[in-house]
Design a protein around this ligand. Sequence first.
Ligand SMILES: [Zn+2]
Length: 553
Amino acid sequence: MNLSEIAQFRQRQAAEEASARLALNGPAITASHEAILARMEQGASTLFQLFQQGRSEEAYALWEAGILGQEYNQWRETSMREQQLLHRTQTSVGLVNIAVHGHFYQPPREDPFTGMIPQEPGAAPFRNFNEKITAECYRPNAEAGNFNLGPTLACWLEKAHPEVYRRIIEADRFHHNALAQGYNHVILPLASERDKRTQILWGMQDFRHRFGREPRGMWIAETAVDIETLDMMAQCGIQFTLLAPWQVKGTFDLTEPCLVRLKEGRCITVFIFNDLSGAVSYDDAATADANAFAASYQRSYLNHDKAGARVPQMHVIATDGELYGHHKPFRDRFLSHFLQRSAPAYGMSPCSLERYLEACPATKEMELHEPSSWSCMHGVDRWSVGCACTPGKSHWKDALRCALTQLAERADVLFEQYAGQTLSDPWVARDDALALRNGWEIPERFWMRHGLTERLDVAHIQQAELLLEAEYWLQCSQTSCGFFFEDLDRIEPVNIIAAARRAISLFWLATGYDLQRRFLKDLEQTRSWRTDRTGVDLYHALPVVPENLLPPQ
Ligand SMILES: [Zn+2]
């Protein structure tokens, strides 16, 4: 969108909001319809002029002060209050239940060395994509549907937009609609057993910290699973997850969660989202009208036998949460209208997965294809050796994964050796280090739990903390986004290489060991098929850092 289109888009948005408000509840906003529209239009044109004159800082300030959105915000606030009331009265499970699950996630955008998010020109008029998506999507969707909120995004949202963040947390208190997420969005079937455990435990710690309760469900990156992953989740106390229909073997009833048998008598419950999830994601017409959607949904998907026998059924639609409002303008209102009005009007009760499971525990069993995922039809090849899901030559994926895996293996040996001098069990300490890293607990308490002895000297503590931070960045270097797309020479692979460089720096500072030389040797094997640049070229193009932070080359 260019600036003019954005201004026009906001005008249309304002007009639609005002009409929706008037249509639903009459002119509850004090000003008349026309006056509201006139003011919105004037606001949009002021903003547009400021951008044209290059006065973007003033435009941002006006935008944040709500130049276009006084009435919009009033409408939204009223709508949110109505929704809260609605949810408070709907804690019991109905006969036909529906959950719309949104996966809210953004990869970390901070520079690993400075912690700052660079300006992202494509996100104008916002400073970066996090800001843009918050305005278009997280803010309006704060209380709608089921969701998981990726920890890296939650961290950012908490600081940058505390009011949106608070609304999301508040919503979960009423209907337990939040799920935890594997922490760094790592493809878990490709991770070592130790890393799987860390990812799951960090995700659970983050959830406890934010929502103040124990997580029962967990969303897994790209719904990529194998039995080992699910078993690790069950061992850590996770009770359920969501998967795509094509991850299940044989025929099954979509309206009922089922158990998957795991090792040593353990099991986990799996909700299967229905094939309409794809239509909601990619077919504009499907989500143009919430009432029509509810009507056709009921016709096509209702389990009439269960309805006749008055047995509860559960329908799950899962999509990228950013769809509602960001990828598809206005669809945040599709979602809220659908859940608040259309679904109940057609006899469907919005219900959280957790509440449903409390009332109707799974009894039947299902078997899974494994490894499998929701966005690759070749198991998890998209993130390992590459596959036909992305165009071009994807062998760079294999080479990049090898380079990162070997870096992690060498680094882990150093971590165990050096951190083992200070921590009673370095791996248990790593699993528990999120609160220390994020300042959620005082360091003394962490060291009381994990220190090898009661008397530790400061130098050893500092070294161990550098090593724990290095392990954190190694986990970041496995983020799935780095392997998702078609080519190496893109921001996503560059970001995971930057995370690896940060880990290399921290190991260098903590131990004096040079992990950079071998890593660069391995990166030579990775090459972009579009630009011919290698991973080494990308590494050298990263922002310059002070010389003493990295081994000499
Ligand atoms: Zn594939």
